[in-house]
Design a protein around this ligand. Structure first.
Ligand code: PMT
Length: 420
């Protein structure tokens, strides 16, 4: 146990402590001190109105870094993204009705809300306000929205409020906030079930040049592959996304841009040996023009005859070189018997899982934000009904993790080695 009486997840955690403008802001000084005593690195962020209730100099003296207050007057050019990315946990105590509303609505009106929007760390919101405000439907609905998005909310206590009234809306004791912070960190650790694993994911349709300006391609938007890469990074994996469509890198997420099947094959080959799981969600062209013209083909020269040749089959190549303990996941975009085709490709390409989607169905496959799939393994076929691509991604990752555990005879360790 540390001095704060907590089991220790706060030790060496970077905590962004957001303080909004309510009378309970004075309690942020005590909270900062207890967080630092618990071993956390505390970066305080005050809203403009919080500064009317608590002195920035007080918090700066108690915290691990000086107080930040503005999106524009900090030495760093974009303080909200650097704070958001560095944070292991963001606590907002007290959280006012305004900050809760801005966070729920996605309005990055100040440094605190911008940081909340720019973080993937768990967030603990500790509302404190007068009872009438606490019970207002707008506040309740905004908090329900935040909870639905996975934000931790610590309900206020009932007790004496500013002005002498008694009711619900009081900021809970510092000890309870610390307990809730530990619980939020513990919940996050449970969600990081892919920590220590390396994933290689492909996304998008390859573009095969016809001449200097034209190419052959398909309708893949890269959304499904990108959703898998993002979900895996959020679950703690180190992820490389090889993508034909632009994608933002992020924490634990490297993006390698490619265009053709040849480039994708080379990018994958260079990284596959170190990957615990490879997910081929890209729609790789099966054929490419054999002799693309170096200049633009002219209309006046007549209709060109384009001779095609096969591209390298990246997944089949990986299947042939697969090392024990590695899991290969392919996708199959089908318009007929999805399960039979997925099973055939599972065998012929040496994959462990084949995710079939019927791309002739409405809202399924290419370009949509939704998908519906059947995840085929050697022993089962599990249907995932129409869902967001993010939900499909989670289901694919769950299946890949189960496959990895089965292949390694227990909890998976990194780099393809069974854990001892
Ligand atoms: O990108 P979105 O718009 O979100 O759409 C998602 C999707 C429909 C593209 C995705 O869900 C999907 O089905 N991806 C695979 C599409 C495809 O190319 O299927 P296929 O049956 O042609 O190929 C089977 C598997 O072999 C795939 O994993 C593919 O990546 C791989 N392959 C194919 C050809 C080739 N030359 N090399 C390969 O590795």
């Amino acid at each position: 146990m540390d001095p704060a009486g907590s089991p220790g997840r706060l030790r060496s955690a970077t905590v962004v402590l957001g303080v909004a403008g309510g009378i309970a802001a004075y309690k942020a000084a005590e909270l900062t001190r207890r967080l630092v005593e618990a071993g956390a690195h505390v970066c305080p962020v005050l809203t403009e109105s919080a500064e009317r209730f608590v002195g920035a100099a007080t918090l700066s003296a108690l915290a691990s870094e000086p107080v930040r207050t503005s999106l524009f007057e900090e030495p760093e050019p974009i303080p909200h993204t650097s704070l958001g990315q560095r944070a292991d946990l963001v606590i907002v105590a007290p959280a006012t009705a305004r900050v809760i509303a801005a966070y729920a609505a996605g309005l990055s009106s100040d440094l605190l809300v911008a940081t909340l929007l720019a973080t993937r760390a768990p967030v603990l919101v500790c509302p404190a306000m007068h009872t009438e405000m606490w019970e207002h439907p707008a506040v309740r609905e905004n908090l329900a929205t935040l909870r639905r998005r996975g934000v931790h909310v610590l309900e206020p206590d009932t007790g004496r409020l500013a002005g002498g009234d008694v009711g619900a809306g009081r900021l809970p004791d510092t000890a309870r906030i610390l307990e809730a912070a530990e619980a939020a960190l513990a919940a996050e650790a449970g969600r990081r079930d892919l920590a220590g694993l390396r994933l290689l994911v492909t996304a998008g349709g390859t573009r095969e040049p016809v001449d200097a300006v034209r190419y052959l391609s398909n309708r893949s938007s890269g959304k499904q592959g990108r959703a898998i890469a993002l979900a895996a990074a959020e679950r703690g994996a180190e992820v490389v996304l090889v993508s034909t469509v632009p994608a933002e890198p992020g924490p634990r997420l490297e993006v390698v841009p490619v265009e053709t099947a040849e480039e994708m094959a080379a990018a994958v080959a260079a990284r596959a040996a170190g990957a615990d799981v490879v997910v081929m969600a890209a729609a790789v062209a099966d054929f490419r023009p054999k002799a693309p013209a170096a200049t633009k083909l002219k209309k006046r020269d007549g209709v060109p005859e384009i001779v095609l040749e096969p591209t390298p089959d990246i997944l089949a190549g990986l299947g042939a070189r697969k090392r024990p303990g590695q899991v290969l996941v392919g996708f199959a975009a089908e318009t007929g018997d999805v399960v039979a085709e997925a099973r055939r490709k599972l065998e012929s390409k040496g994959a462990d899982l084949l995710v079939g989607n019927d791309v002739s169905a409405h809202e399924v496959g290419f370009g949509w934000d939704t998908n519906a799939v059947t995840i085929v393994s050697r022993t089962a076929a599990v249907e995932v009904p129409l869902s967001s691509k993010r939900e499909i991604a989670e289901a694919v990752l769950d299946a890949a993790l189960a496959e990895l555990r089965a292949a390694r005879g227990g909890p998976p360790g990194p780099q393809g080695e069974p854990q001892t």
